[in-house]
Ligand binder design. Structure first.
Ligand SMILES: Nc1ncnc2c1ncn2[C@@H]1O[C@H](COP(=O)(O)OP(=O)(O)O)[C@@H](O)[C@H]1O
Ligand SMILES: O=c1ccn([C@@H]2O[C@H](COP(=O)(O)OP(=O)(O)O)[C@@H](O)[C@H]2O)c(=O)[nH]1
Length: 325
């Protein structure tokens, strides 16, 4: 119906000139005087008679009108198809009945009500444990996650790794977008990252995983709210604190072998800025909900891991989640 409403004014506006044209050409058609016998040639009538449209004229107008209508109908349905495809691109997943909000609705990052969480997320937080791992670039998130996988049987999903894999995937429509964002230290639009995480989680759940470390995500408020609402609410966040000077030297060292486009001084500085301006508000948001467990990462890997274990076990116990594998 909406498309018809759009179509009608369009018809009025666009059909008018075409019909005028049809009328003008009709007026130019020479008339035959029915009072005179036909001689095979058209002669001009001497007395003036009122002219009425002939059947041919009506037909010409009708055909022209129908043609215009068909073209407009076609244009309209092509336009509708384009809009539908664009909406489809934005959709993360079909929402359950009664739920209409898409990711665009989260742009304002409103805190969500607890009872809504279970109704709309893909994974049930009663059965799936999600722990966010946040911290500045090079703080040691990936290093500590590897230890936790070994000792606690978590499934480790690094948002950065998933984005880099998508960037390299042949035929990916997001390859170039991801590459430029990572190089500039910017946050890739959340639709892409959330879709990748949701897919990876789904595949892991099918294989029996129920405990996830989501590393380096969420880095922006819209991601945090959208993920918790549409994918799975987190139990808590492990937040790794580290000075910029320590992170810089670790990243430059990692850059000698990582092959990453962003482990260079220029990109690192941009990443630090993004972390302070865009990602710290996420940490503060979860802190406000009493869901942040801090770990200082200045010490050796082993010393840091000692703290990580303590914090993790406290957090799991407090929320009634199992500690062992
Ligand atoms: N506690 C630590 N002490 C010294 N080097 C570390 C420590 N933690 C991590 N690293 C090293 O620092 C670099 C960045 O660590 P990584 O775990 O990749 O950080 P992130 O995932 O936070 O970017 C890696 O080369 C890693 O080996
Ligand atoms: O949710 C995310 C996670 C990562 N990134 C991008 O991926 C880069 C690398 O992130 P990763 O976690 O791999 O590395 P880190 O910066 O923590 O060393 C970031 O700077 C961002 O450009 C992103 O856009 N969204």
């Amino acid at each position: 119906m909406a498309s018809l409403r759009v179509l009608r004014p369009a018809l009025r506006l666009r059909a008018q000139p075409t019909l005028n044209l049809a009328r003008r050409s009709y007026a130019d058609i020479p008339r035959i005087d029915p009072a005179k016998p036909s001689s095979g040639t058209h002669r001009k009538s001497t007395h003036k008679k009122k002219e009425y449209p002939s059947i041919k004229g009506f037909l010409a107008i009708g055909v022209a009108g129908f043609g215009v209508f068909t073209i407009l109908l076609h244009l309209q349905s092509a336009e509708n198809e384009k809009l539908r495809a664009e909406k489809e691109k934005l959709k993360l997943k079909p929402k359950p009945a009664g739920m209409t909000a898409g990711p665009q609705a989260f742009a304002t990052a409103q805190p969500i009500k607890k009872e809504e969480e279970k109704l709309t997320s893909t994974f049930d937080p009663e059965h799936v444990t999600v722990i966010f791992v946040l911290g500045g670039p090079g703080a040691g998130k990936g290093t500590q996650c590897a230890n936790l996988v070994r000792d606690y049987g978590f499934k480790h999903l690094s948002a950065g790794d998933l984005l880099r894999a998508e960037q390299e995937r042949e035929g990916s429509q997001y390859g170039e977008l991801i590459r430029t964002h990572i190089k500039e230290g910017k946050i890739v639009p959340m639709e892409v990252t959330i879709k990748l995480l949701e897919k990876a989680m789904g595949e892991a759940v099918v294989r029996g995983s129920t405990r996830f470390l989501i590393d380096g995500f969420p880095r922006k408020m819209d991601q945090a709210v959208a993920f918790e609402k549409s994918v799975c609410p987190s139990k808590f966040t492990l937040f790794f604190t580290c000075s910029e000077s320590t992170m810089l030297s670790r990243l430059l060292h990692r850059g000698e072998t990582s092959g990453r486009d962003d482990d260079n001084v220029e990109s690192i500085k941009k990443r630090f800025r993004t972390f302070v301006e865009t990602s710290m508000p996420v940490v503060q948001y979860f802190e406000g909900k009493g869901k942040v467990l801090k770990v200082s990462c200045e010490e050796s890997v082993e010393a840091v891991y000692g703290q990580v274990r303590t914090r993790l076990e406290e957090g799991l116990k407090k929320r009634g989640a199992p500690i062992a594998k």
